[in-house]
Design a binder for this molecule. Structure first.
Ligand SMILES: Cc1cc2nc3c(=O)[nH]c(=O)nc-3n(C[C@H](O)[C@H](O)[C@H](O)COP(=O)(O)OP(=O)(O)OC[C@H]3O[C@@H](n4cnc5c(N)ncnc54)[C@H](O)[C@@H]3O)c2cc1C
Length: 461
């Protein structure tokens, strides 16, 4: 061995996959690289939702090693390429079958820089970020779940518990360092490479591997977390009233409701989680009251919690990812949950096509940022919908029927990564600009495995 790779027995070498020049793995990466026959390989056989069997996992620990990994990948265009931060991608494309994976989970620093600034590596999970920021009474609105990685979420959007009050995660991003397809380490901010900075905030995975983010956090102390189970008999009316209550609520209120398949006329239990950014009991009670009046309540609890406790509520440290097969989900934004939209969603749920359906609040501060300012463009939506199902459940047909009510979609909640999804994920002018950026930063499509934007458009995007 000349490149520092560990000794591998013949049985392990026999499991190597075609199309990968294993002997050419750069010396900087060889010792930590993982192949199908290696002890550490099992970690890469499943992400959160999808099974996998990559041919080689490169595990850089620094931006320079990430550059080596990207240059190696550039010489391996015939096999898939996954970029892996924490493995929670719904499309599951951070891992693959038979291809390369660049796993940046070891680049996981969370470094407060003074004031509200913090520098974070892509491999940190949002629970790690909250653990550092909570004692400083700071937070970055991320998602609802602490296990999600910074790399995947902060390059796509970030719809979280403070969305209505503080906007998206990307709205707090001040700069990002990226290893581009050319293997260059590029700094992007409002002042340096602003075009790339624009693309990284919504379609980042198309332009390179993010290796460091600098955010501006916001002051957050203890907040109220309400868990409410509604016993719903008229689903369409419930959805419409939920929408009206959330839209009318103070911006400090953000909420998600989880629904499942139901039978017409029978009671459905709708599980809602609502965060109110206040630790004053009377303020919390006043802001929560209209939400509690949406329908009959079967169960409720309200507690004061730190942000770390909120996003850690369902998170189990050390849990192993066990995704199987192919996830199948659809995503959409709606501006309002009016009678027509609510009736159609109720019909979908009563058909049994989706056993897991969520309605998350957006709106508020998300809409304060002009749509043209970031690649994430659908800022007028008040709700983000996700429906899980299976192709045989009829979910695709139902989604098609609901389409006239939709106004775009959030790419991170969609499992279909094809061109039709891109057209829904970005407004036309945004997509055109992204194609121009792709032509400039990745003209030959190295980063093509997750929502691939075809190069085109104007190179001066
Ligand atoms: C249980 C669960 C809860 C979730 N809740 C929310 C939520 O509340 N709000 C929300 O907005 N989203 C949420 N998501 C979606 C989540 O934001 C995305 O799936 C995100 O991509 C996951 O990031 P990751 O780094 O863990 O994923 P990975 O699987 O590691 O990566 C997913 C994709 O992101 C891209 N990517 C990853 N790392 C990098 C990098 N360093 N540079 C460039 N591109 C990269 C790649 O395209 C990759 O295929 C949730 C997902 C799950 C599974």
């Amino acid at each position: 061995m000349t490149n520092g790779a560990p000794f591998r027995a013949d049985a392990a070498l026999a499991r190597r996959r075609p199309g990968i020049d294993y002997e050419a793995v750069p010396a900087s990466l060889a010792a930590r690289a993982v192949e199908p026959g290696d002890a550490g390989y099992h970690r890469y056989t499943a992400s959160y939702l999808r099974s996998a069997a990559p041919g080689l996992v490169l595990r850089p620990q620094t931006p320079a090693e990430t550059q080596d990994a990207v240059r190696f990948a550039d010489r391996h265009r015939t096999v898939p390429l996954g970029i892996f931060s924490a493995g929670h991608g719904l499309s599951g494309r951070s891992l693959n079958h038979g291809g390369l994976v660049i796993d940046v989970s070891a680049i996981n620093h969370v470094d407060p820089l003074g004031g509200a600034r913090v520098r974070i590596g892509p491999g940190a999970r949002w629970i790690d970020v909250a653990r550092v920021l909570t004692p400083l009474r700071l937070a970055i609105s991320s998602g609802d779940y602490g296990g999600v990685g910074v790399g995947g979420l902060a390059t796509a959007g970030g719809i979280g518990w403070f969305a209505r009050e503080h906007g998206l995660t990307i709205d707090h991003l001040r700069s990002v360092d990226i290893v581009t397809a050319a293997g260059e380490l590029v700094h992007a901010s409002a002042n340096e490479n602003p075009d790339l900075f624009w693309g990284m905030r919504g379609a980042g995975a198309n332009f390179g591997v993010a290796v460091s983010f600098e955010f501006e956090a916001v002051p957050v102390g203890r907040v109220a977390l309400a868990q409410i189970t509604f016993a719903v008999t008229d689903l369409a009316t419930f959805i419409e009233r939920w929408g009206a209550a959330i839209e009318a609520a103070d911006r400090s209120v953000s909420g998600t409701v989880l629904l499942g398949a139901s039978r017409p006329g029978s009671t459905t239990y709708a599980m809602a989680s609502v965060v109110i950014d206040s630790d004053q009991p009377d303020v919390v009670a006043e802001r929560l009251r209209p939400v509690l009046e949406v329908d009959r309540i079967a169960q409720q609890s309200v507690s004061l919690a730190t942000y770390e406790e909120v996003i850690g509520a369902f998170f189990e440290e050390g849990s192993v990812q066990q995704g199987q097969g192919e996830p199948h989900s659809h995503s959409a934004f709606v501006r309002h949950l009016g009678a027509g939209t609510s009736t159609q969603i109720a019909a979908l749920l009563e058909s049994g096509a989706s056993p897991f359906f969520t309605i998350r609040s957006v709106g508020g501060a998300v809409a304060d940022v002009p749509s043209a300012d970031t690649a994430y463009g659908w800022r007028d939506a008040n709700f983000s919908l996700i429906a899980f199902g299976s192709p045989s459940s009829g979910i695709d047909q139902w989604w098609g029927r609901l389409a006239p009510h939709f106004e775009g979609m959030y790419l991170s909640f969609e499992s279909d990564t094809g061109p039709d999804s891109l057209v829904r994920a970005f407004p036309p002018a945004h997509l055109e600009r992204l194609r121009g950026l792709k032509r400039r930063y990745d003209p030959s499509g190295l980063f093509r495995d997750n929502f691939y934007v075809e190069p085109g458009g104007s190179p001066l995007a």
